[in-house]
Design a binder for this molecule. Structure first.
Ligand code: UDP
Length: 236
């Protein structure tokens, strides 16, 4: 099935297949933070992120969000639709945390009345700078219609996943999405949805069950990934 390797990223490798419209993604245990400055491994992360991302994407498809998911091939490998990635990181927040808390000088864990949306320009050399939709349009990163579609899907993802995670006793604090274009131009959700890309807190204790444990050297990283995966499997 796999032919040549197309790309190796921080957490995944991407391979071509015989079908030019399909790729195979292989999830690694490698972890990076702070734009690659901090490097490490989280044992078993690739297996968890592959499984979790695939289950959540299937849930989202049912809720009306088209995704790149086709079929899980193995513990670490998934067949996906080939897309060209829209170079925007789309971030939705339900509570203050991370760079939001830092930028605006507030504590983490403030619940917002309405979720927020923001974009970052996906560009490692520039450190993924924050941008608004006018900047994205000016730089021709996406069309007006594409940005509207992306926003609509991103809020639908938030509604669907916030509800699902609460059933698991987990608060979806914030998350990052990436979208891509199929060869006919259709916008679909791509990349992954996992504890690498979401902040997930225990509903009762507010214990962090995500990559912040790695970013902040808190320990218990593997256990946190296993715990959220266990809760997901009990409720999916
Ligand atoms: N995020 C991500 N990749 C990035 C930046 C952020 O997956 O390159 C996720 C992060 O895990 C969190 C959300 O997006 O769930 C918001 O992150 P934030 O802007 O607070 O940045 P951070 O504090 O992670 O640098």
């Amino acid at each position: 099935m796999k032919t040549e390797q197309l790309y190796e990223g921080k957490a995944k490798k991407v391979f071509m297949t015989e079908d030019p419209e399909q790729l195979i993604v292989s999830y690694k245990d490698d972890a990076t933070a702070f734009n690659g400055l901090k490097k490490g491994t989280i044992a078993g992360k690739g297996v968890i992120n592959n499984r979790m991302s695939n289950l959540l994407m299937q849930l989202l498809e049912k809720a009306g969000v088209p995704t790149h998911f086709i079929e899980e091939l193995s513990e670490r490998e998934t067949l996906v639709k080939r897309v060209s990635i829209v170079p925007l990181e789309v971030i939705i927040r339900n509570y203050s945390a991370g760079s939001f808390a830092k930028r605006y000088g507030v504590v983490e864990g403030i619940r917002f009345d309405e979720p927020t949306i923001e974009f970052s320009y996906k560009n490692d050399d520039l450190g993924d700078p924050l941008m608004n939709s006018y900047h994205a349009l000016a730089l021709k990163l996406a069309t007006k219609e594409e940005i509207e579609t992306i926003k609509r899907y991103a809020f639908l993802v938030n509604e669907t996943l916030s509800k699902f995670w609460l059933e698991c006793g987990v608060i979806l604090i914030d998350f990052k999405l990436e979208f891509g274009r199929l060869s006919d131009g259709t916008i679909v959700l791509a990349d992954e949805i996992s504890p690498d890309t979401c902040r997930l807190w225990d509903e009762k204790t507010h214990e962090k069950l995500d990559k912040d444990r790695f970013r902040r050297d808190m320990g218990g990283v593997e256990d946190a990934y296993s715990e959220v995966m266990k809760r997901l499997m009990e409720n999916i």
